[in-house]
Design a protein around this ligand. Structure first.
Ligand SMILES: C[S@@+](CC[C@H](N)C(=O)[O-])C[C@H]1O[C@@H](n2cnc3c(N)ncnc32)[C@H](O)[C@@H]1O
Length: 454
C-alpha cells in the first residue's frame, strides 16, 4: 500500500497538474501569490470540478504539513494563532493595504510606512515579518514591503487618517476589510472568553454567550449593534456581508430558489437580507420578479446606499423594496412565492429559529417555498458515504470545512447560533410546519421546504 505521505503528495501533484492544464488551455498561467489581486475572475474559474480540485490540494497540503511537521510545533503554532488574528486585525486597523496600494511595483520602505501610519518602526517590522512569513503582504527586499495577492484584498474603505475607525461608513465597499476587522474585534475579544464560558459550572448564570460575558451586556449581538453608539459596528457587519456575493457563485441562490420556474411578478422575500447582496445577484439575472429585502434599521440604511450604487432603477419602480422588519415579528409580506434566508439561521438557537420559521409559515400559501442557504456540518472522519481519496479526512479538513468549523466557533462565541446537520434542518422544518423537499449540497447548501398541508 502506498504510504500516506506519498499518497498525499500524489493528490497534490495530480490536481495541480489538472488545474495548470485548465489555465493553459485558456491561455493563462495560474495567478502567482506575488501579483496584487486585481484581475477579475473568469466564469469558468467557478466551475465545480475546478473548485473541487482546489479543495483536494488544500486538504492534502494541510494534511501533509501536519504529517511532517513536529507535533510540538503544530501545537505551539495553534496556541499562538491568536497573533494571526491580532496581526491581520492591526493591518486592517491602520489601513496598511491602502498605504501600499499605489506602490505595488517598487514597494515602500518600512520607515515611510511607519511615518504614514504613525506606528513605531520596529514594532511595525515585527508585525509585517509575521504576516509576510504567512503570505500576507510581501517583503520585496529587506524592509521594503508591497501588497501581494492576499493583502491586496484588504484595500478599500475610507482613507486612513488617524483614528477614524469609528466613522460610520469607513467599511462601506470594503467587504474583506470589514470582515477581517469584525473577526479581529468583537470576534477576537469574545473568543478570549470561550474557554471560561464553556467551563462555567454555575448553571444559574444567565449569560448566553462569551460575547455577553466580555461586553457585559444582556443584549444579543444584533440588539447590541442596534444601539446608537454601535451603529458603526452594525454598518461594518453589513459591509462584511456584502462579500458573500463574491464568495458564493450566483447560481447557488438562483438554483436553490428555482428561479427558472417562477412567473414574472412573483414576490421573493430576502429575510434578514443585510444590504440585499443576494437579491442583487438575483435581480440582475431575473429583473421581472418583485423582491423585498428585510433587515434591521442600520443594515437597511446601508442597503439604500448599496442599491443606489449598484441598481438605482430597482428602487424607483416596485422591483425591489427595502424594508425594516424583524423576523421575530409577524411577517407583513403575506403569501410570497419564496422566502429565503441566506446565512441567517446559523446565528440563532433552535428555539429562535423555530420562531423565525413559524412566522413565515403563518403567512405561507400552499405553494410558497422556503429556502435556507447555510453550511451543512458533518463529522471529520470518513463515513461509508464518502468517496474522498486516501488518506484525506471525510470533510476534507481545512480544504472542505476550514471556514465552516471556524464560523461554528464564531457563532458559539458571539451568538446563540450554530452550524447544523441535514437532520437538524429536517426537524426544524417539521416542528414549524415545513416539509424539507431538497438539499443542494456545496460550499453553501440550499435547503428548500414546502408548507406541510394541514
Ligand atoms: C449573517 S448576516 C446575513 C445577511 C444576508 N442574508 C447575507 O447573506 O448577506 C445575518 C443578518 O441577519 C440580520 N438580523 C439580525 N437580527 C435580525 C432580526 N431580528 N430581524 C431581521 N434581520 C435580523 C442581521 O442584521 C444580518 O444582516
Amino acid at each position: 500500500m502506498t504510504s500516506a505521505l506519498l499518497a498525499l503528495a500524489q493528490i497534490i501533484s495530480d490536481n495541480v497538474r489538472d488545474i495548470d492544464n485548465v489555465y493553459t488551455q485558456h491561455g493563462l498561467s495560474y495567478p502567482t501569490l506575488n501579483e496584487p489581486n486585481s484581475r477579475s475572475e473568469f466564469p469558468w474559474e467557478n466551475d465545480s470540478s475546478l473548485l473541487e480540485k482546489k479543495k483536494l490540494i488544500i486538504a492534502a497540503a494541510a494534511q501533509l504539513i501536519a504529517t511532517v511537521h513536529s507535533p510540538v510545533d503544530i501545537l505551539k503554532q495553534a496556541a499562538a494563532s491568536a497573533y494571526m488574528t491580532a496581526a491581520v486585525g492591526f493591518a486592517a486597523d491602520i489601513g496598511l493595504a491602502n498605504v501600499l496600494k499605489d506602490v505595488d511595483r517598487e514597494g515602500m520602505h518600512i520607515n515611510s510606512i511607519a511615518a504614514i501610519t504613525n506606528i513605531d518602526v520596529d514594532n511595525l517590522r515585527r508585525v509585517l515579518r509575521y504576516l509576510t512569513t504567512r503570505h500576507i503582504f510581501r517583503e520585496l527586499s529587506e524592509d521594503v514591503f508591497v501588497n501581494n495577492n492576499v493583502s491586496s484584498l484588504l484595500v478599500g474603505g475610507a482613507a486612513h487618517n488617524g483614528n477614524d475607525k469609528d466613522s460610520l461608513t469607513r467599511y462601506d465597499d470594503a467587504p474583506v476589510l470589514a470582515h477581517v476587522s469584525l473577526y479581529a474585534d468583537e470576534g477576537f475579544h469574545s473568543a478570549v472568553a470561550l474557554s471560561p464560558f464553556l467551563r462555567k459550572r454555575d448553571i444559574s448564570t444567565t449569560v448566553a454567550t462569551p460575547f455577553n460575558m466580555v461586553y457585559k451586556t444582556d443584549l444579543s449581538l444584533f440588539e447590541w449593534f442596534n444601539q446608537p453608539e454601535n451603529a458603526w459596528r452594525a454598518r461594518r457587519f453589513a459591509a462584511a456581508m456584502t462579500g458573500n456575493a463574491k464568495r458564493f457563485p450566483d447560481h447557488i441562490i438562483s438554483d436553490g430558489i428555482g428561479m427558472q420556474s417562477l412567473a414574472p411578478g412573483d414576490v421573493i422575500v430576502d429575510v434578514g437580507g443585510g444590504v440585499g447582496s443576494a437579491t442583487l445577484q438575483l435581480y440582475k439575472s431575473f429583473p421581472h420578479q418583485r423582491y423585498i429585502v428585510q433587515d434591521l434599521e442600520e443594515p437597511i440604511r446601508a442597503a439604500r446606499k448599496y442599491w443606489n450604487k449598484h441598481a438605482p432603477e430597482a428602487l424607483v419602480g416596485d422591483s425591489v423594496k427595502l424594508q425594516v422588519q424583524s423576523f421575530f415579528d409577524p411577517q407583513p409580506a403575506i403569501g410570497a412565492k419564496v422566502y429565503f434566508l441566506r446565512i441567517v439561521t446559523h446565528d440563532w438557537n433552535d428555539t429562535e429559529v423555530r420562531s423565525i420559521l413559524a412566522n413565515l409559515r403563518a403567512v405561507a400559501d400552499k405553494e410558497t417555498k422556503l429556502v435556507l442557504f447555510e453550511t451543512i456540518t458533518r463529522c471529520s472522519c470518513v463515513t461509508s458515504q464518502d468517496q474522498v481519496p486516501y488518506p484525506l479526512l471525510g470533510n476534507l479538513g481545512v480544504g472542505g470545512a476550514g471556514v465552516d468549523t471556524a464560523v461554528n466557533l464564531h457563532m458559539l462565541s458571539l451568538l446563540t447560533g450554530r452550524e447544523r446537520t441535514e437532520s437538524d434542518f429536517r426537524n426544524l422544518g417539521l416542528q414549524t410546519g415545513w416539509i424539507l423537499q431538497k438539499i443542494n449540497p456545496g460550499i453553501l447548501a440550499s435547503i428548500s421546504y414546502l408548507p406541510a398541508q394541514v
